[in-house]
Design a protein around this ligand. Sequence first.
Ligand code: FES
Length: 154
Amino acid sequence: MSIEDLYSEIVLEHYKEPHNVGEIQSPEIFAKGFNESCGDDIKIFARVKDNKIEDIKFLGKGCAISQSSASMMTDLLKGKSINEVKEFIKAFNKKITGEENFPEDSDEWFELSALKGVIKFPIRVKCASLAWHTLAQGIRDYENKLIRRNNEQL
Ligand code: FES
């Protein structure tokens, strides 16, 4: 099996049986994202405990790339601290836009590497990035809420 076939298989497996699909009630992090080039959307929910992503789920509709990317993202980010998640999102954005290479010897990045075929197609990059941009927005909203709450208590 060629590496391209393996990558297609990884994407299709996540598309057919996506991980972490669903809602979290009263999530600390919530955001809705929308891909204006196709009309597909996604909602991301995350439970934060001790500054870590204790649980993360998504709901949405979209192409195989967007759904598999959301499935892999939620698998990988569960258990990371908010700062680690922010760094991971930045690193993913650099890789999926071709600014940096996907590491070849990293277990953590192996499945995500299956998405690298989209790099040459800006429209498809939007599909792969939808969940990641949406989560980044949710984290910004969450952090702003914390700042406002802290300011009110001063
Ligand atoms: Fe809509 Fe990919 S075509 S998210």
